[in-house]
Design a protein around this ligand. Structure first.
Ligand SMILES: *[C@@H]1O[C@H](CO)[C@@H](O)[C@H](O)[C@H]1NC(C)=O
Ligand SMILES: *[C@@H]1O[C@H](CO)[C@@H](O)[C@H](O)[C@H]1NC(C)=O
Length: 368
C-alpha cells in the first residue's frame, strides 16, 4: 500500500522533472530563435554576422517567411477582395494592433510600422515586381506585398491608414513598397514630398515601345474584345499621329513624368533601373540598387540562375518552395501581331522623349 503511494510520488517527481526539462529546452529554443531573428540587441551584431551574411541561409529564411504571408504578387484590389482571410494586413481598426498575434511569428510583435524610406514608383510592365522580389531576399528589406496605391487612389484614407499597411521593421531595416502608377500620377510627387521629401525613389524603366506592347498584351488577356493595337495607338490613322491620351503610350513618355517629379525631388533621390539589364544581368543591377539604398551587397549572382529554355533569370529555389520565381513569367502569353510599320512609327514618336530622358537622368538606356 505504502509502496504504491511511493511509486506514484516517484512517477510524479519524474514527470515534474520531465516537464521542467521541457520548459528549459523551450526557453533555450525560444532564446535562440529570438537571437537568430536578429532581435537580440544585447549581443553584438558581429557575433552572428556569419549566419546573416550567408546568402543561402538568409534567403531561405526570408523566402519561407514570405511564403507563409498571405501577401505576394497581388494587387491591392485583390487584397481588398480577399480581405477577410488576411485581415491583419488591412488596418481598418487600429485596435487589431494591440491584440496578441497568436504567437505565430516573433517578428510580428517586434519593431514598429514605419513609413517607407524607399519606394519603387514605376513603371508598369518595367519589371517592378521582379525587382521587389529580388530585394526581399535582403534581410534588411521589409516590403509590402501588395501595391498600396496610396499616393494615387487611396490618399483620402489618410497617413495612418498608409502606415498601417507597412510591415514591422526593427532598427537597420528599410521599409519599402511599390506602386508603379505613382510615376505617372500628377499629384504623387507633391503628396509624397509632403510626407517625406527624403524618400528614395526607384524607377524601373524599359524600352517604351516594348513596354507599350507588353502593357497592351496584358490588357488584351483580361479583355479579349479589345480593339487592335494599331487602332488604339493612332489618334488619326490617316496622318498617323500617336494618341498620347492612351495610357499604354503615355506611360512610356518618361521625360514628361520625370519632369513633374523633379519639381519636388532632386535628381539624387532617384535611381533608374534598366528593365533590360534586370533580365540580362540581375546581380549587376541588384548591386546598384543595394548601393543606392545603403545596404550591404547581399543579393548577388549566388541567388540567380539562368533558365536557358525560358531565356530568363530565376531566383534559386528556396528549400520547401514549390515553384521557382523567374522573370518574364507572362512570356507564355501569345503576343498579338503588330505591323512593323506601326512599331516603327511609335519608335519615332518616342525618340525625342527618350533622348530627353537620357539627358535628364544622365544615363543612356540604348533604346534607339
Ligand atoms: C486626319 O489627318 C488628315 C490628314 O492630315 C486630315 O485631313 C484629317 O482632317 C484628320 N482627321 C481628323 C479627325 O483630325
Ligand atoms: C526552365 O524553364 C522551363 C520552361 O518554363 C521549365 O520547364 C523548366 O523546368 C525550367 N528549368 C529550371 C531548372 O528551372
Amino acid at each position: 500500500m505504502g509502496c504504491s503511494i511511493c511509486r506514484t510520488r516517484l512517477n510524479f517527481g519524474r514527470a515534474l522533472s520531465k516537464v521542467s526539462l521541457f520548459f528549459t529546452m523551450l526557453l533555450i529554443f525560444m532564446y535562440f530563435f529570438y537571437c537568430f531573428s536578429g532581435l537580440c540587441n544585447s549581443i553584438p551584431r558581429t557575433q552572428f554576422n556569419l549566419q546573416t551574411l550567408t546568402p543561402e541561409y538568409a534567403s531561405q529564411n526570408e523566402l519561407k517567411e514570405r511564403d507563409g504571408s498571405a501577401v505576394r504578387s497581388v494587387s491591392y484590389d485583390e487584397v481588398l477582395l480577399a480581405s477577410s482571410s488576411i485581415q491583419p494586413q488591412i488596418p481598418d481598426s487600429i485596435e487589431r494592433e494591440s491584440l496578441p498575434s497568436n504567437g505565430i511569428s516573433v517578428s510580428n510583435t517586434f519593431g514598429s510600422k514605419k513609413f517607407p524610406q524607399a519606394i519603387i514608383i514605376g513603371v508598369k510592365k518595367g519589371g517592378t515586381r521582379a525587382l521587389l522580389e529580388f530585394l526581399r531576399i535582403h534581410p534588411d528589406v521589409r516590403a509590402v506585398g501588395a501595391e498600396p496605391h496610396f499616393f494615387d487612389r487611396f490618399y483620402d484614407k489618410g497617413l495612418e491608414w498608409y502606415r498601417h499597411l507597412m510591415p514591422r521593421t526593427i532598427d537597420g531595416q528599410i521599409t519599402m513598397e511599390k506602386t508603379p502608377s505613382y510615376f505617372v500620377t500628377k499629384e504623387a510627387p507633391s503628396r509624397l514630398c509632403a510626407l517625406n521629401c527624403q524618400t528614395k525613389l526607384i524607377v524601373v524603366v524599359r524600352d517604351p515601345v516594348t513596354r507599350a506592347v507588353s502593357d497592351y498584351t496584358q490588357t488584351l488577356s483580361k479583355s479579349p474584345g479589345l480593339p487592335s493595337f494599331e487602332t488604339l495607338v493612332y489618334k488619326n490613322a490617316t496622318s498617323r499621329t500617336i494618341d498620347v491620351s492612351w495610357s499604354a503610350v503615355r506611360i512610356g513618355m518618361y521625360a514628361k513624368h520625370l519632369e513633374n517629379w523633379l519639381q519636388h525631388f532632386p535628381l539624387s533621390s532617384f535611381l533608374f533601373v534598366s528593365g533590360e539589364r534586370l533580365v540580362s544581368d540581375p546581380a549587376g543591377e541588384m548591386g546598384r540598387v543595394q548601393d543606392f539604398l545603403g545596404l550591404k551587397r547581399i543579393v548577388s549572382d549566388k541567388h540567380f540562375y539562368f533558365n536557358q529554355t525560358k531565356g530568363f533569370p530565376c531566383l534559386k529555389k528556396p528549400e520547401g518552395s514549390s515553384r521557382p520565381r523567374c522573370l518574364g513569367k507572362s512570356k507564355g502569353r501569345t503576343h498579338p501581331h503588330i505591323p512593323a510599320e506601326v512599331l516603327q512609327n511609335l519608335r519615332e514618336f518616342y525618340r525625342p522623349f527618350n533622348l530627353r530622358f537620357y539627358h535628364m537622368s544622365g544615363q543612356d538606356f540604348g533604346w534607339d
